[in-house]
Each structure stands twice: as structure tokens, then as C-alpha cells.
Design a protein around this ligand. Structure first.
Ligand code: NAD
Ligand code: IPM
Ligand code: MN
Length: 352
């Protein structure tokens, strides 16, 4: 009920292409309901930076904070472009938003929908969610280099893990596991090598586990987790892990569940102090940008996560059902971005 203020950041490359379809799906999902969205577009990303020199100004950030939620397409230029060296878009825009808006849960559900062909011969029933920590780890920029460009160069990138930061994301993951039918949680880390951070994560999981006797807990080293994601992904229910491991595992999760073009995510601030941000897991895909062939499904499913987060489960379910029905019938069909959008929007609009 009421009007939702939505900040829209289409971004670069295929970002604007997929966000266009996602917004059509959003319109269709809320049509005829008492939920209305008021959109504010933000022109941010590599293209804007190369034109104006601005990545994310204080004014941009303050304006974004005035919204209830954010929909983002993808940001980033062509990898290797010397003008974007230093990852200023990734660090200065995407990660800055995740950090400033305290998106400590990066939620990445993975479902192998019926009818989708997985590259795995025997995937089984794949339905898990990765709860990726979003504000710490090696992402925080706690690093530096000396004697750069000389044979004596030293480059450090230190992973930051705080008791506060680990506990809050682990608590979220247990609550999520407890709400799911299989009630299973897997901690993924690398405790056999990263002993300090690994110990903190392990002790935190053990302590919170005592409060959730209904949740079955296990542990995998991240390298072994990649084996099981390929040989037996059906074993996973909730995976909780740090920022970098979670990044890597979720591209793999996308690949085994029908492709990165289907993988949606939410950067959640569970306290509700700041707007949460919803985006496809994929990037700006410079190799296919401008061709009109990007799959908008991940962006559309991100809209379903957004609706759910904002307390509109019926509208979210409409989007999810429409996508599932489309996926079940798409087979090897080659369609353009807008053809996929048309098909899903038509299904959302149809009475079911
Ligand atoms: P990418 O996800 O953009 O592309 C990887 C591969 O997947 C490419 O072959 C691409 O064509 C394909 N692909 C991605 N999305 C697709 C879709 N919707 N439909 C069909 N195919 C799709 O990853 P990358 O090439 O490593 O990164 C490109 C740029 O995007 C970099 O600047 C990177 O930093 C940035 N990036 C941004 C985000 C984000 O904004 N959230 C996420 C990841 C990468
Ligand atoms: C993602 C992306 C980002 C990340 C990059 C672009 C900073 O790969 O959203 O998965 O590593 O989190
Ligand atoms: Mn990634």
C-alpha cells in the first residue's frame, strides 16, 4: 500500500537493456494492485565517469538514500580499458553503494528450473541460496603496494573479518535455513589455510548453531565446495560464506543452473535503515552489449526479489511464476532481449 520510491541505476553495457525489460515486468506485476512505484533514474557507471569524471558524488549517494529500494542493471566498462584501471567503477560505485548502504547480506538464490538444461548431466534438484557477506572480507580495500613495477614489488590485500560483521550475516543465514524445508546450512571457508578468519567464522557458526537445533550444519573448504557444486549441487540448501568466496561460488552456481543470464541477487540491509539493492549477478557483458541479445531474466527475477523484500509476495510470485513458465518452454529458442521480456510480461498480465 502506498507509493514505493525506487532508484533505478541502469548502468553500462547490457545493464540498460535488461533493466528496461525488468521495469516492464515490474509495471505488469503491480498493475491493478494498490502498490505503485515512483522511479528515479540515476545515470551512473563507466559511461558517465568517462564523460564527467564523476563516479558517485555525495549528492548522488544522499539522493539514493531517499529511496525505498534500488534496481541496478550492471556497471563497468570493458575489462582492460586503461581509463578504468584501478577498478574505480567497481570500487567507487558498486562496492561503495554496498558498503555505504550496509548491504551486509548479499542474497543469491540458485534454482534449476524444470525444463532448463544444465551443463551437468545429473544435476538433481537444485534449490539453494548463497548468503554471501557483503561488507567485509578482501573487498574493503585494506591493502597497498610498495616498490610498484620493480622486481621488489609487494602487493597486499588484507581480508577484514569482524566478530560483529560475521555474526550478523551468520544469524541471517541460520534464520533463512530454519525457514526452509530442508533446514540445512553449510559454512564454506578455507579454515585449513586462512586460520584467523576461518576460526572466527567457524566459532561464530558453532555458537549460533546452538540456538538453532532444528538446522543441520556442515562445513566445506571452498575448493571442495566447487567439487560438490558440480558433482552433487542438490546437497546444498543454505550456504553462508565470505564476500570473495561468495562471489566466485555464485558465478559457478549461475552456470550450473542454466546460465548467468538467469541468476538474480539482492544486496540486503536487513535492519531497513538503508534501501536494499537488487541486481542480476552478471556484469555489463561488453562482448554482447548493444546487440539486443542479453537475457533479461536475471534482472526480471531480481524484481521478484525486490517485490518480496518490500512486502509484496503476491506480486513477486506473479513474476516468478511467469518466469518459470517461460523458462520451462524456452528450450534452445534464440530470442532477443525484448522478445524474452515480451513473453514474460504477457504471462504476468495473463490471468492464472
Ligand atoms: P559478465 O558477467 O559481464 O560477462 C561474463 C560472460 O557472461 C560474458 O560472456 C557475457 O556475455 C555473459 N553474460 C553476462 N550476462 C549475460 C546475460 N544477461 N545474457 C547473456 N549472456 C550474459 O562478466 P565480466 O565480463 O567479467 O565483466 C564485465 C564488466 O562488468 C566488468 O567491468 C566487471 O567488473 C563488471 N561487473 C559488474 C557487475 C555488476 O554491476 N553487478 C557484476 C559483474 C561484473
Ligand atoms: C558481483 C560482481 C562484483 C563483485 C564486482 C563487479 C565488484 O562480480 O556482483 O558479483 O565482485 O561483487
Ligand atoms: Mn561476481
Amino acid at each position: 500500500v502506498g507509493t514505493v520510491r525506487l532508484a533505478v541505476i541502469p548502468g553500462d553495457g547490457i545493464g540498460p537493456e535488461v533493466v528496461g525489460e525488468a521495469l516492464r515486468a515490474l509495471d505488469a506485476a503491480v498493475a491493478g494492485s494498490d502498490v505503485a512505484f515512483e522511479q528515479t533514474p540515476f545515470s551512473l557507471g563507466a559511461a558517465r565517469y568517462l564523460e564527467t569524471g564523476d563516479v558517485l558524488t555525495d549528492d548522488d549517494l544522499a539522493a539514493i538514500k531517499e529511496h525505498d529500494a534500488i534496481l541496478l542493471g550492471a556497471v563497468g566498462g570493458v575489462p582492460g580499458d586503461p581509463r578504468l584501471a584501478g577498478a574505480n567503477i567497481e570500487r567507487g560505485l558498486l562496492l561503495k553503494l554496498r558498503f555505504e548502504l550496509d548491504h551486509y547480506v548479499n542474497l543469491r538464490p540458485t534454482v534449476l528450473h524444470p525444463g532448463v538444461s544444465s551443463p551437468l548431466a545429473h544435476p538433481g534438484e537444485v534449490d539453494f541460496v548463497v548468503v554471501r557477506e557483503g561488507t567485509e572480507g578482501p573487498y574493503v580495500g585494506n591493502g597497498g603496494a610498495i616498490r610498484v613495477g620493480t622486481p621488489a614489488e609487494v602487493a597486499n590485500e588484507v581480508s577484514v573479518n569482524t566478530a560483529y560483521g560475521v555474526e550478523r550475516v551468520v544469524r541471517y543465514a541460520f534464520a533463512a535455513a530454519s525457514d526452509r524445508p530442508r533446514k540445512r546450512l553449510t559454512l564454506v571457508h578455507k579454515t585449513n589455510v586462512l586460520v584467523f578468519a576461518g576460526s572466527l567464522w567457524k566459532r561464530t557458526v558453532d555458537a549460533v548453531a546452538a540456538e538453532y537445533p532444528d538446522v543441520a550444519v556442515d562445513y566445506l573448504h571452498v575448493d571442495a565446495a566447487t567439487i560438490f557444486l558440480v558433482t552433487d549441487p542438490a546437497r546444498f540448501d543454505v550456504i553462508v560464506t565470505d564476500n570473495l568466496f561468495g562471489d566466485i561460488l555464485t558465478d559457478l552456481a549461475g552456470a550450473i543452473s542454466g546460465g548467468i543470464g538467469l541468476a538474480a541477487s539482492g544486496n540486503i540491509n536487513p535492519d531497513g535503515r538503508f534501501p536494499s539493492m537488487f541486481e542480476p549477478v552478471h556484469g555489463s557483458a561488453p562482448d554482447i552489449a548493444g546487440k539486443g541479445i542479453a537475457d533479461p531474466t536475471a534482472a526480471i527475477l531480481s524484481v521478484a526479489l525486490l517485490l518480496d523484500h518490500l512486502g509484496h509476495p503476491e506480486q513477486a510470485a506473479k513474476v516468478q511464476r511467469a518466469v518459470a513458465a517461460d523458462i520451462a518452454e524456452r528450450g534452445d529458442m534464440r530470442r532477443s532481449t525484448s522478445e524474452v521480456g515480451d513473453a514474460i510480461v504477457a504471462r504476468i498480465g495473463a490471468h492464472d
